[in-house]
Write a protein that binds this ligand. Sequence first.
Ligand code: NAD
Length: 419
Amino acid sequence: MNIFKEATEQLREASKYIKTPEDVLAVLTTAERKLSVSIPVTMDDGTRKLFHGYRMQHNSLLGPYKGGLRYHPQVNEDEAQALAFWMMVKNAVVNVPFGGGKGGIQVDPKSLSPGELERLTRSFVRRIAHVIGPTIDVPAPDVNTTAQIMEWIADEYARVVGMTSDESSTLRAVVTGKPVSYGGSEGREEATGLGGATVLKNILLKKEGELTYPLTVAIQGFGNVGYFLAQYLYKARTSDDQPMFHIVAVSDSKGGITAQALDPEKVMADKKENKSISDKLGKRITNDEILELDVDILVPAALEHVISKVNVHNIKANIILEMANGPTTKEAAQILDDNGCMVIPDILANSGGVTGSYFEWEQNMKGQTWTIEHYRRELHTYMTQATDEVWGAHKKHKVSLRTAAYIVAIQRLVAAIDR
Ligand code: NAD
């Protein structure tokens, strides 16, 4: 089965609990528009090279298509379609007024010079400009795409529509994840980690009485998401001012460390000094070992499919907070469920990222600049509301949190069809 088909199966399974008609399921599992483009680029040596790119617009029931652009040699139509579908679901779960989109270019950006990367990006924008726009489709960063690339996209889009984005700040809303100096938002960088910490704390509150603090946490991946999540968990206190969590293990691509309680700031300082996490602050462990530690909470925050049938029987955590996209295979998710492990699914756990993007878009559209305090308060409201709704569906239908999140999404999308 291809990855898009497998993705839509998850929605079909959840739909059984709320008896969704087949014609509605057909709408939710079929892409509205698929754009495939060839992108000519003049290379530094004067030759012309053709690249291939996509923009998938899965569904716009809730608002403009929204989702990242990935620059990677393995980008393909099937994967982009699945990712666009998941964006529709995630946006519906967290209740931001966006549909689902995703796209990318088949390229290893590290093989290009900065000039070639800029020309590739601008050439791509010229080929998709007629299907994107602040109220049509709003791309964002994803694997290997940066704030600088988002700035080029906004600038090239403004040229195509015949205006500079200085003339109309609304035009900058064509893309999110921009540099703060170019209409980006202070707060976006930490939004996914802070959102994940908010979801986790809210769920733990609902299990109050069953838990003994501090809870031990292992985090695989110490990049943007893992680092900010760790910071917020490190600061979290119980009502009697005790630490809620002890971070006992962290890792990056080279492996990790374990210790009684790690301070994320110190780990980050060590990572910067030594280019990756050294054994200065704890005992060395591998990236496979970190997943199997005897901890209360496991956080995969790096790659997809790291929990599979190969290692699922060795997982000891009672709670898994999926900060990466798709870290658990379908088979492993079922086994974890059967074993009573509570998995907080990616479509809820990491939705702080797209919520933060929505705040950036909202500010651009209205010509506003929010304070970081306002941004954090709004994020807290959205994440808490989404968690409460998913928890409600989990209790009502006696299903996993993942199925519950799909149920919440389907209900919101169906309501939009009926409007
Ligand atoms: P990042 O590139 O900033 O960090 C990734 C981290 O994972 C790095 O520390 C890297 O060293 C580590 N890593 C790479 N390979 C690894 C391996 N084999 N084992 C362990 N660690 C490894 O990326 P990020 O933005 O933090 O994204 C992490 C995950 O979160 C991805 O799945 C991404 O799709 C997802 N996500 C990110 C956001 C966001 O706003 N950044 C939003 C939603 C979901």
